[in-house]
Ligand binder design. Structure first.
Ligand code: AMP
Ligand code: MG
Length: 323
């Protein structure tokens, strides 16, 4: 398949590009587009045939449900049963890297929600994404626009590398701001809100708003978010975690990513000046170093617990996991 690529102005997206992309979505095709978290691989969330193509292009297991992206809050009421917790969070935070899992209505195809009785929904904070969803006139199901298991794409080149020839169109909206995926919480039971995946929206902000602790799901509820089971975010070279109180790992031809200078001389490194930029640059750094054929990439383990750290540490841990 010939993949159309189009560079777009983020703050003033050219209508002809948006219309072309929306038309592909309406006709059941796939379009990769930027959000504030990572690039998404979008299809009409209400069209099971279109959604099937997402799973095929990514090589994604079919029981791993997709997030439905909306452009306004009214759209949400048609898709799920909205409770008071949802009202508070949508009103206060959206558009934001915050995904809400709620009880699904029948219009959401089983294929989109991986056979579950719930659906995950979010409003992305990116003018291109919002314009596209609006123009398509349908919620857009969009996982990250990478081959399943690989680092999520945070710029156009990464999407092109994984998806060229497999999808109808890629919109180039430049590098993303957040760099890791949304925080996913299950609010179906307002008495027990579950943190299914840490991400771009910090836990402490949600807990302060809801005046409750976000619980980590037990094994039973873990089954409710199948995506968290699979190997994720991994480059083609091993990821080694370095905790600063430990000896720096000694590998030949290793690359390094972190905030602090490594103890040893290292072949190549990327140093970030703060934790936000670390999260923003992690996946692109993985892709850069695998391309440059380093033997492995050593990643500094962040010491912080606040802000984006919980999500960043989750991604580092999982990219280093062999399973
Ligand atoms: P991504 O691959 O980044 O799009 O991941 C989507 C995440 O949302 C995965 O961790 C999924 O397991 C989770 N998710 C999507 N839909 C649901 C749902 N209905 N219930 C629970 N988790 C969901
Ligand atoms: Mg993903």
């Amino acid at each position: 398949m010939m993949t159309i690529t189009a560079k777009i102005n983020k703050w003033n997206p050219e209508p002809e590009i948006i219309f072309q992309a929306a038309d592909i979505i309406k006709r059941g095709g796939l379009v990769a587009f930027p959000t504030e978290t990572v690039y998404g691989l979008g299809a009409d969330a209400l069209n099971p045939e279109a959604v099937k193509k997402i799973y095929e292009a990514k090589g994604r297991p079919s029981d791993n449900p997709l997030i439905l992206h909306v452009a306004n809050i009214n759209q949400v009421r048609e898709l799920v049963y909205v409770n008071d917790v949802a009202e508070i969070l949508m009103e206060k935070f959206w558009p934001a890297p915050l995904t809400l899992v709620m009880k699904a209505r029948d219009v959401v195809p089983l294929r989109t929600r991986g056979g579950l009785d719930t659906a995950a929904i979010r409003m992305p904070d990116n003018p291109i994404a919002l314009a596209l969803i609006e123009a398509a006139g349908t919620p857009i199901a969009a996982p990250s626009a990478n081959i399943s298991g690989r680092p999520s794409p945070t710029d156009f080149e990464s999407v092109f590398n994984d998806m060229n020839g497999k999808i109808e169109m890629i919109i180039d909206g430049g590098a993303v701001e957040v760099g890791i995926e949304s925080t996913v919480i299950d609010i179906t039971n307002p008495e027990k809100i579950l943190m299914l995946r840490p991400g771009g929206m910090p836990r402490e902000i949600l807990e302060a708003t809801l005046k409750t602790h976000l619980e980590v799901p037990d094994l039973q509820s873990k089954k409710r978010s199948p995506g968290t089971r699979y190997r994720h975010y991994a480059p083609n070279i091993p990821v080694i975690i370095w905790k600063r109180q430990e000896k720096f790992p000694d590998f030949d031809n290793a690359a390094y990513i972190g905030i602090h200078e490594p103890g040893l001389k290292i072949s190549s490194s990327i140093l970030f000046d703060d934790i936000k930029n670390f999260a923003r640059g992690l996946f692109a750094a993985f892709r850069k170093f695998e391309k440059e054929n380093f033997s492995c990439v050593i990643v500094e383990w962040p010491q912080d617990n606040s802000g984006i750290s919980e999500g960043l540490k989750d991604r580092i841990l999982r990219s280093a996991s062999r399973k």
